[in-house]
Design a binder for this molecule. Structure first.
Ligand SMILES: Cc1ncc(COP(=O)(O)O)c(C=O)c1O
Length: 419
């Protein structure tokens, strides 16, 4: 395939107040020659249509408070309809300045508020059980680090439904544990499941059958599904993402989707995302919490960037996914040759490779620090995601940088294994 976009361009981000390249590491300030392969954004420039839309908006030179135009909702509605056959309506959308703030707001709304008559009110006893038990929220671990904090910060108890790790097949893969989910959902204090699809950090794009089973268990137990689908367009060849809420009208009515083009189009810094729910009462509860925290305003650049991504970004996205897949294959091949005892999990979605480094025999926070210090490459310890023994590598960078980075990782893991 002739490539229209240049993902090989060796972009320069250091010195641009960029978290990935400029933030201090756990091992201290990072030196000039460290290759950062940690936090989840990409070293690629955004699609030309997005750059153009942002440039055009900047040219006006006025950056006051922004109203979300109808065209924003049209772009979003068309995107879901065209890409996934999911019909959404304007009044289901709650635009918000990021998935993490949105997720915290949604958790608080569904665990601490309810609608009585026409009004949103605090739940009796603040949502606590008869013996003072906190409302509970399930997450499927290993999980994106903010899932842990979002649940705990909202005065809820975290319940883990660990994924099952299977190394018996051709490629190590993570599976949902339905039996355990069923058990955990049966607890009447469990109010919500914070679901992640595609899954960060395990790289799964959950198949429809799995989504149906999760949705059915949750519906039967009155557990709200909060589905974080931020990585949804990052699909590797052969895998197809399905929005949880698109499965049936009943499932839609038990699901709150957290969606954004921010990961797939590399516009996370523009802080734009949507909470989508077909339930009027839930929308009222979420709006209430948004107003309590005054999270009502959006960034004008985020609004135009989302529209450009959804209206004109599809071809760019297609090429991006192919490039990411080729990067993943480079990583798998190099690790197989150089460090065969380090296992790379199957990557169906996201640009985050999840590797099993238990054979190295060193705690992963030590590995993270040591790789920064000695090999000058920065990847994330799995402890951040609730899983010792595993590490996460961000492969969304130009091929030349990727090859240098993964070679350094392999050398570092070999050095540490010999110790
Ligand atoms: C699953 C998941 N949700 C949310 C976020 C962050 O969302 P935002 O930057 O919009 O708050 C990330 C970032 O890595 C993520 O992986």
């Amino acid at each position: 395939m002739m490539s229209k976009y240049n993902f090989d361009e060796m972009t320069v981000r250091r010195g641009t107040s960029c978290v990935k390249w400029d933030a201090p590491s756990p091992a201290g300030p990072i030196s000039e020659n460290v290759i950062p392969m940690w936090v989840a954004d990409m070293d690629f420039k955004a699609a030309p249509a997005i750059q153009e839309a942002v440039r055009k908006r900047a040219e006006q030179g006025i950056f006051g408070y922004t109203h979300v135009p109808d065209s924003y909702f049209e772009s979003s509605i068309n995107w879901w309809q065209r890409r996934r056959g999911w019909h959404t309506q304007k009044d289901w959308y709650i635009p918000i300045d990021g998935i993490v703030p949105g997720m915290s707001i949604v958790i608080e709304a569904v665990t601490h508020y309810e609608v009585a008559g026409e009004k949103v009110v605090r739940k009796p006893n603040d949502g606590k059980g008869p013996n003072g038990e906190l409302p509970k929220v399930i997450i499927q671990t290993p999980a994106y680090n903010c899932f842990f904090s979002a649940v705990r910060n909202q005065g809820c108890e975290l319940v883990e439904n660990p994924l099952i790790y299977d190394t018996e097949g051709d490629v190590p893969t993570w599976y949902l544990d339905f039996e355990d989910l069923e058990k955990k959902c049966a607890d009447p204090m469990v109010k919500a499941l914070l679901f992640c699809n595609p899954h960060n950090p395990c790289g799964r794009v959950w198949p429809k059958e799995d989504l149906l089973r999760v949705a059915e268990i949750c519906r039967r137990n009155n557990v709200v599904v909060i589905s974080d689908e931020i990585h949804c367009e990052l699909e590797m060849p052969g895998y197809h993402f399905t929005p949880m809420a698109s499965l049936s009208p009943e499932i839609q009515d038990n699901t709150i989707q957290m969606g954004s083009p921010s990961k797939s189009f590399n516009i996370a810094g523009l802080e734009i995302s949507n909470i989508i729910t077909s339930r009027k009462d839930w929308k009222m509860m979420i709006d209430k919490v948004i107003n309590i925290y005054e999270h009502c305003d959006l960034n004008p650049f985020g609004i135009v960037a989302l529209q450009a991504a959804y209206d004109e970004g599809e071809n760019w996205l297609k090429e991006l996914n192919q490039y990411l897949w080729d990067n993943y294959l480079e990583l798998v091949n190099l690790f197989e040759d150089e460090i065969p005892d380090v296992l790379v999990s199957k990557l169906e979605g996201t640009y985050l490779a999840w590797i099993d480094v238990r054979s190295v025999g060193v705690p992963t926070q030590e590995i993270e620090n040591s790789l920064i210090e000695h090999e000058h490459v920065w990847i994330n310890s799995g402890v951040m995601y609730g899983k010792e023994g595993f590490m996460r590598i961000n492969i969304a960078c130009p091929r030349t940088r990727l090859l240098a980075g993964i070679e350094r990782i392999a050398q570092g893991l070999k050095r540490l294994s010999r110790k």
